[in-house]
Design a binder for this molecule. Structure first.
Ligand code: NAP
Length: 369
């Protein structure tokens, strides 16, 4: 029976992957083996199936006996172990959530509703390394691949509003701790109907600036604020998160024609949904109704939100989309710059389409090949 190793199954991306696999009856027809970097011999995930004790994620001999390895453990683990298993001549499939192998020549970035042909060709030609894409890139492509497929997109400027979860579990908790601190300091003021908004703001601002305000992970307040910087500085002046926009988009699509993608990536106080405001430059004036059809026809998860206030507030917010696979796309209109300029706003759960779901699906594709 095919043996599949799961590394990083209890982390944030890994546990969402476990949930999705369970929901889709994804644990049948193979033998799953669960690994750990911290608790060898411990108990594996509760999946309603027999799960043997946890194995050592650094046991290269055991890893190289598997048919498929799927890792959500993180970049340092991949950097250390992936070359080791390949050095042993291991020919199995390696599926990964970390960015480490994304730009490697012999890897494919997977987002099958968008690049199924690229994936099928790669599987057919013997590629064995498949990596999930950057969350904002995957969510953007899920939203507008229909438009991109038309061949009329010249460039995209993406302004992002990224959730705390993208930075990791500790950051999600810190965001809520920050909110709690702000709630605690303002409780009495809020109970008094005579409190002015200005008085409340003074108390909040002073709390945000206190040394005791919980900022160990983000370094600065996110609740009641935002952070216009994600990841490290690149030579171009972009952050690494911004740099990924163009390189990963074009690696996923592999159309042979480079689409420029650039913009600013900003962390906001959402939990696990990234939002993006896109400016899209087309090479010609396409009627807006055709644009709607292209966007909506791309895949079964994307849905067009009418450009009105009620629909936007109901369907196009992180709180509406959180925990779901829906990819709403709204605020679609021609911009004042000219009829070739389109605005789009889109929201997506970055732990689902932005991380775990493409991995679950590539595992399925490989198993069925
Ligand atoms: P994570 O939650 O930090 O989990 C990584 C590992 O940390 C776990 O597998 C676990 O390994 C260990 N760990 C230590 N204490 C833990 C605790 N209290 N609860 C759970 N796990 C704990 O990492 P992640 O955010 O899922 O990210 C994994 C990889 O996916 C990274 O490379 C990341 O860049 C990438 N990625 C993340 C996102 C995202 O939104 N977070 C999106 C796309 C890609 P042991 O069981 O071996 O101890």
């Amino acid at each position: 029976m095919v043996q599949i190793g799961f590394i990083g199954w209890r982390g944030m991306v890994g546990s969402v992957l476990m949930e999705r696999m369970q929901a889709e009856n994804g644990f049948s027809g193979f033998e799953p083996i669960f690994f750990t970097t911290s608790n060898v011999g411990g108990q594996g995930p509760a999946l309603g199936i027999d799960v043997p004790p946890l194995q050592d994620a650094y046991d290269v001999k055991l890893l190289t006996s598997l048919d498929i390895i799927i890792s959500c453990q993180g970049g340092s683990y991949t950097k250390e172990i992936y070359p080791e298993v390949r050095k042993q001549g291991w020919q199995g499939y390696w599926i990964d959530a970390a960015s480490t192998l994304r730009m490697a020549e012999d890897s494919i970035i997977v987002l099958d509703p968008v690049n199924r042909t690229v994936i099928d060709n790669a599987v057919g030609s013997g590629i064995k390394t498949f990596v999930g894409g950057n969350c904002t890139v995957s969510l953007m492509l899920m939203a507008i691949s229909g438009l991109i497929e038309s061949g009329h997109v010249e460039w995209i400027s993406s302004m992002t509003y990224q959730a705390a979860s993208g930075a990791g579990a500790k950051h999600m908790k810190e965001l809520i701790s920050q909110m709690a601190a702000l709630g605690n300091i303002s409780t009495a003021l809020l109970k008094n109907p005579a409190t002015t908004a200005i008085a409340l703001d003074q108390v909040i601002t002073s709390e945000l600036r206190k040394d005791s305000f919980p900022t160990e992970n983000f370094s600065v307040p996110l609740a009641g604020s935002l952070i216009p910087w994600i990841d490290t500085l690149m030579e171009s002046g972009q952050t690494r998160e911004e740099w990924k926009g163009q390189v990963e988009t074009n690696k996923i699509l592999q159309t042979g024609k480079t689409i420029s993608v650039d913009g600013l990536c900003v962390r906001v106080g959402a939990m696990r949904c990234h939002s993006q405001g896109l400016t899209i430059k087309l090479d010609k004036d396409i009627p807006i109704e055709e644009i709607y059809q292209m966007i909506e026809g791309a895949n079964q998860w994307v849905h067009l939100v009418p450009n009105d206030k009620d629909s936007t507030l109901k369907y196009l917010t992180p709180s509406a989309v959180n925990g779901s696979l829906a990819i709403p796309v709204g605020r679609v209109r021609k911009m004042l710059m000219g009829p070739e300029y389109i605005s789009v706003f889109t929201v997506g759960d970055q732990l689902l389409w932005g991380a775990a779901e493409p991995l679950r699906r590539i595992l399925d594709i490989i198993r069925r090949k």
